[in-house]
Each structure stands twice: as C-alpha cells, then as structure tokens.
Write a protein that binds this ligand. Structure first.
Ligand code: TMP
Length: 210
C-alpha cells in the first residue's frame, strides 16, 4: 500500500485485451463513486514521457537495442511518476494507468531476456521504486487478443505489436508469473465478454481499496 493518500491502480496485459477502453470505463466508474480520478498511460503521461513514447513506438523494429529500450521506458516512467502520478496521489486522487513497471518486466525483462532484476533496479533509480496499490491483469485467450489487435491496427502495428507470436507468448507468461507471485497487489480479471461486464469485474477487484 502506498503511503500517499491517493490510490494507484495499473492495468496490464498483452496487446488487444482492451486495456485502453477499460481504463476509461474504470475511471468513469470510480468518478461515479465520488473519487477524483486521473487517467494516464505508459509510455507517456507527461509531456517529457510522451516525447519519449514517440521514440519508442515509431520507426524500425530494430531501432533500439533491448538495453536502450529498457532505459528509455525507465526514463519515461521517471518523468511520469515525478510530474503526474506522485502529485496526483499527494492530493488524494486515484490514478488509473494503462501499463506501468510490470510491462517493462514482461516485455524487456521477460520477452527480451534482460531479466526482472535489471528492470527493477532501473525502476529503483528512476522512480524510487513506486509500485501500484493494485495491478489488474486483463486475461484474454491469445487468439482472441490477436484478432482484436489485428482489427484495431488495420495492418499498422507499432514496433512491439509487430513482434512475433513467441514474443507475445513470453510477455503473457511473464505477466502470469508476476501475478501469481504477488497476490496482494495483483488480480487476474477475465477480459472476455461485454465491456460493461469486464468493468464490473475490475471494480470488484478493487473492493478492498474503495
Ligand atoms: P500500447 O499503447 O498499445 O499499450 O503500446 C505500448 C507498447 O509498448 C506495447 O506494445 C507494450 C510496449 N511497452 C513495453 O515494451 N514496455 C513498457 O514498459 C511499456 C509501458 C510498454
């Protein structure tokens, strides 16, 4: 639990599981319960981090080495935490974030093979180790997620979306491993079915924080 009065919730999962839609819907549901909520995303969420986002998502697949990529994600996160997340929490707001540290552990640490500890040590330096109060893993069968993603991107995936099935499977396995290892912070939420039903499951998974 964070010492600040606000609450910090992250949504995680591979491509095409519906995170962006659910960040909006969850924020609206929390506002309806009287909370001040900010919606944000990674990479991004502050002017500096949005500038880094463009460097990370655009260009050739091999534009960066995995090590440089991990440092860029950590740098974007450091700015986002300092300029957006901590100030919001300090004034008592809820922060609902589309991806956070665990995406770096899953993509750069797991699928790219840099390992959990390297990513956690970058986070200790960049963001003083800030962790969400709750991380919600949206779980969808791989084939369903791939179909949704293909429909959304219409043939124009970003540098990560364009990676192969084995890469995305490694991402998914790492998320599961992280969730299984820390049941206090994580909840795995079924992302199948109607968007409204998924939002209701997310709210249930925050019941002890409300
Ligand atoms: P998104 O806006 O579709 O979630 O795109 C962000 C992409 O960046 C997505 O493919 C996952 C990837 N990513 C990482 O590899 N590491 C990270 O730390 C974060 C936040 C995102």
């Amino acid at each position: 639990m964070s010492p600040a009065p606000g609450r910090f919730v992250s949504l995680e999962g591979g491509e095409g599981v519906g995170k962006s839609t659910q960040v909006r819907a969850l924020a609206a549901a929390l506002r309806a319960r009287g909370k001040e909520v900010i919606e944000t995303r990674e990479p991004g969420g502050s002017p500096g981090a949005e500038a880094i986002r463009k460097l990370l998502l655009e260009g050739a697949g091999d534009r960066w080495t995995p090590e440089a990529e991990a440092l860029l994600f950590a740098a974007a996160r450091a700015d986002h935490v300092a300029r957006t997340i901590r100030p919001a929490m300090e004034r008592g707001a809820w922060v609902v974030c589309d991806r956070f540290l665990d995406s770096s552990i899953a993509y750069q640490g797991g699928a790219d093979g840099l390992g959990d500890e390297a990513i956690r040590s970058l986070h200790a330096v960049g963001s003083r180790g800030l962790l969400p109060d709750r991380t919600l893993l949206l779980a969808l069968p791989e084939q369903e997620a791939a179909a949704r993603e293909a429909a959304r991107d219409a043939g124009k995936p970003d540098r990560f979306g364009a990676r192969d099935t084995a890469y995305h499977s490694a991402v998914g396995q790492t998320f599961r491993r992280l969730a299984d290892a820390d049941a206090a912070r994580w909840r795995i939420v079924d992302a199948t079915g109607a968007a409204e039903a998924v939002t209701a499951r997310l709210i249930d998974a925050l019941a002890d924080l409300l």
